[in-house]
Design a protein around this ligand. Structure first.
Ligand SMILES: Cc1ncc(C[n+]2csc(CCOP(=O)(O)OP(=O)(O)O)c2C)c(N)n1
Length: 557
């Protein structure tokens, strides 16, 4: 009797299934179609997009939203090079995704086959693991290996290229290793050195003016509850950044945002959780030189990088914070009363900053003040709205004002600062969480990089509310040019057409509107919500104003 056989593409699908991956993002090519066929057998959805960059960003977004690794599948050569940006973004953002690229047949290795490139060499510096699959028998095995590597330390992307003949060939089923779900990798969560936890507890017991920054890894580690318990039990004011935004809801007594610089200047203990001392943190230079600084991170390479620290702990944010809270619990008497003055001081700074900006947020000016747009968006968000920012200056405005109402409901590119993530993140978020509303704020420059995938949103019935802060410019860059070279040279290379993106949405089968009156922003957002379609509300904002964050950018100084 002939033994049952299986092809490489079907083995890929089995390995994805074992990992719990239920969708792949892809743009087709002859090198990879056997994977699609395998996905059909395994019940894995195939979402085909209009540009491979979107496929890779969507895999990144899927990982962030679901906690499972995302997967993008692209063809050899230009398919893979198009996806490089998405992989690079996931690398800097510590997002676990697998990119599978096609490759010419092994039998034609280095003969000049169609779309042949040294993909593994290209991908190695921007992945945690990059390899060629050498034989059909090993396909599922190596896919599982790639997933294992995604979770080593801080998570990140892996890349596999699968030569066409390896993917298409069929091998006897019993010769292929097919790792079984739940049986091929272990939890990599670490609790941190117990001695270091003790020291942290001691520092917390003595601190009079502590504060904590909850970074992206708080969400990556699903450490929301541990973080909330920590700040409440020990009465520590909390700031949030990246995916850590929303850990505490706005209005919570421990939620602070606008007083961060004041806190970092005046605190005696600063605890940094799951975010590096990179440009977003002024490389750590903005922290008080006299404060004790504690850094907790999944990656030992991040701890103590760019500035000295007083204590470093490598471990899972949730496990470390829970252990520290427990260790400190008996030692802090009257944490609430002890730190009341400090909390009140920060709240006063916070309130003052908010009130100073409020008139701009309520401005009735035309063209529309970007502060008014982001204020309206903030008011419009519900506890179930996932907010995505994709743009330059306009998104810098939103970073000050928009506050997600729930954990895991904020998505931005992360430290690579990649324009063009928005449509892909919206796609992944809505596909993975149909129960959620998704709102994405785009700059008109950012939108135009990957905007054609609005059509994919229509085709797969993925309603979302797209808002474009349209200033007909790449304003964040324009500001720097004006500052450096003068107004008369400020318009070189950054000017966009006056595009009616609301009409573009309608052309592709979605809902669209143009908004020029600030009073119309809210009603237009409501109508987009009601439409139940992918939508674009094109809001014409004032091109002559810039966000303070843009004006302070260190690159221009
Ligand atoms: C892929 C990519 N290309 C270029 C840049 C550099 N860049 C940063 S902000 C910006 C302007 C973006 O313009 P837009 O999205 O319209 O937002 P605005 O600044 O006008 O609000 C550019 C080009 C980038 N971050 N990413």
């Amino acid at each position: 009797m002939m033994s049952e056989t299986i092809s490489g593409g079907h083995l890929v699908a089995k390995a994805l299934k074992a990992e719990g991956v239920d969708v792949i993002y892809t743009l087709c090519g002859g090198h990879i179609i056997d994977i699609y066929d395998g996905c059909v057998d395994e019940g894995i959805e195939v979402i085909d997009v209009r540009h491979e960059q979107v496929a890779a960003h969507a895999a990144d977004g899927y990982a962030r939203i679901t906690g499972k690794p995302g997967c993008a599948v692209v063809t050899a050569g230009p398919g893979t090079t198009d996806a490089v940006t998405g992989v690079a973004n996931a690398f800097r953002a510590e997002s676990p995704m697998l990119l599978i690229g096609g490759q010419g047949a092994l039998s034609q290795h280095k003969m000049g086959s169609l779309q042949d490139l040294p993909h593994v060499d290209m991908m190695s510096p921007i992945t945690k693991f990059a390899a060629t699959v050498p034989s059909t028998e090993r396909v599922a095995d190596i896919v599982s290996m790639a997933f294992r590597e995604c979770y080593h330390g801080a998570p990140g992307p892996s890349f596999l290229e699968i030569p066409r003949d390896v993917l298409d060939a069929k091998v006897p089923l019993e010769k292929a290793r097919i790792p079984k779900a739940g049986h091929y990798r272990a939890s990599t969560r670490q609790q941190g050195d117990p001695e270091a936890i003790e020291r942290l507890a001691d520092m917390l017991a003595h601190a009079e003016k502590p504060c904590i920054l909850l970074g992206s890894q708080v969400w990556t580690c699903r450490a929301t509850d541990a973080a909330i318990d920590f700040v409440r039990a020990l009465n520590v004011p909390a700031y949030m950044n990246g995916s850590g935004r929303g850990t505490l809801p706005p209005g919570d007594p421990h939620h602070f945002q606008l007083s961060r610089r004041y806190a970092f200047t005046n605190a005696d203990l600063i605890i940094i959780v799951g975010t590096p001392f990179d440009f977003r943190m002024g490389y750590g230079k903005r922290l008080s030189p006299t404060a004790a600084v504690v850094q907790i991170d999944l990656d030992y390479r991040t701890v103590g990088k760019n500035r000295d620290i007083d204590l470093g702990i490598v471990g899972d944010a949730g496990l470390v914070l829970a252990a520290a809270a427990q260790a400190a619990s008996g030692r802090i008497e009257n944490a609430v009363t002890k730190r009341k003055e400090w909390m009140d001081e920060l709240r006063a700074v916070e309130t003052q900053a908010y009130e100073k900006r409020l008139p701009r947020q309520l401005s009735g000016a035309q063209p529309i003040d970007p502060y008014r747009l982001v204020h309206e968006i903030n008011e419009f968000l519900t506890e179930d709205t996932i907010y995505i920012g994709d743009g330059g200056d306009i998104v810098t405005f939103s970073g000050q004002v928009v506050q997600p109402k729930s954990p895991g409901h904020w998505m931005d590119p992360g430290p690579l600062g990649t324009l063009g993530v928005g449509m892909a993140f919206a796609m992944a978020a809505k596909q993975a969480r149909r129960d959620k509303e998704v709102l994405c704020l785009f700059g008109d420059g950012a939108f135009s990089l990957t905007g054609w995938d609005f059509e994919t949103m229509v085709r797969f019935d993925l309603p979302f509310i797209g808002v474009i802060g349209n200033n007909s410019s790449m304003n964040q860059i324009r500001y720097g040019q004006a500052a450096k070279y003068g107004e008369d040279r400020a318009r070189v290379g950054n000017t966009l057409g006056d595009i009616r993106y609301g009409d573009f949405a309608k052309l592709l089968g979605g809902y669209g509107e143009e908004v020029r009156d600030p009073a119309e922003i809210r009603p237009a957002l409501e109508r987009a919500r009601e439409s139940g379609k992918p939508s674009l509300i094109n809001v014409w904002v004032d091109p002559e104003v810039y966000a303070p964050g843009t004006m302070n950018q260190t690159m221009y100084k």
